[in-house]
Design a protein around this ligand. Structure first.
Ligand code: SF4
Ligand code: SF4
Length: 197
């Protein structure tokens, strides 16, 4: 899926290479598994073959690149959160879902800022997952947050929203890693994540 038409004009990736690490790439001339840095990532950030990068890379834009309301500090390498678009979730009247992939530590998840981000998506009716990426070769763990958080968000109870997010984060962290089968190791890009139930 191309997100090119959604990209915010003038917003650039800069030194971020989060998707170049976290997502799988499968093209005729490049295959890369999730959770492993692309060989073209530069040590000081950015892509060493930017002008000649694969079409797949040209067409991919994370949520931060596509959502005008997000400020510059939400760039994934700066914020520790990568926002992925995902297929719609049955039962929700929204064209896409999102996954908030936690790249940083617990301090990212327990911040007011993260809770406000989650609340904003859920308030707009967007199916919103908390997503903890697995290491290379393992499934991420993820949880749909909407139903459980909606009452606290409607009541504008930030402390309760934060406590619920923290509870889900702790739960996901406590889940044992689930290895992918050989066939599942490299998936289509963007990754859809989430260990099988
Ligand atoms: S994660 Fe987003 S900002 Fe970072 S390199 Fe990918 S598209 Fe650009
Ligand atoms: S080729 Fe460049 S843009 Fe594409 S994944 Fe690798 S580093 Fe990122």
């Amino acid at each position: 899926m191309s997100f090119e038409s959604l990209a915010v004009a003038g917003r650039e990736c800069g030194a971020c290479t989060a998707c170049c690490v976290e997502l799988a790439i499968v093209t005729d001339d490049m295959v890369k598994m999730e959770g492993v840095a692309c060989r073209h990532c530069q040590a000081d950030g950015g892509c060493a073959i930017y002008a000649a990068r694969p079409q797949l890379c040209r067409e991919y834009f994370c949520g931060w690149r596509c959502i005008p309301a997000l400020d510059d500090a939400w760039r994934p390498d700066l914020s520790g959160v990568m926002i992925l678009h995902e297929p719609p979730v049955p039962g929700y009247d929204a064209p896409l879902a999102i996954s908030l992939v936690v790249l940083g530590g617990p301090e990212v998840v327990e911040s007011d800022r993260f809770a406000m981000l989650v609340a904003g998506f859920i308030d707009r009716g967007t199916p919103t997952h908390l997503n903890l990426p697995g290491k290379a070769g393992f499934w991420s763990h993820k949880q749909l947050l909407n139903e459980d958080l909606a009452p606290a968000i409607r009541a504008r109870e930030l402390a309760r929203v934060k406590a619920l997010i923290w509870g889900f984060y702790a739960h996901l962290r406590s889940r044992p890693p689930v290895a992918k089968t050989e066939a599942q190791v490299v998936q289509a890009w963007p990754a859809e994540g989430g260990a099988p139930a």
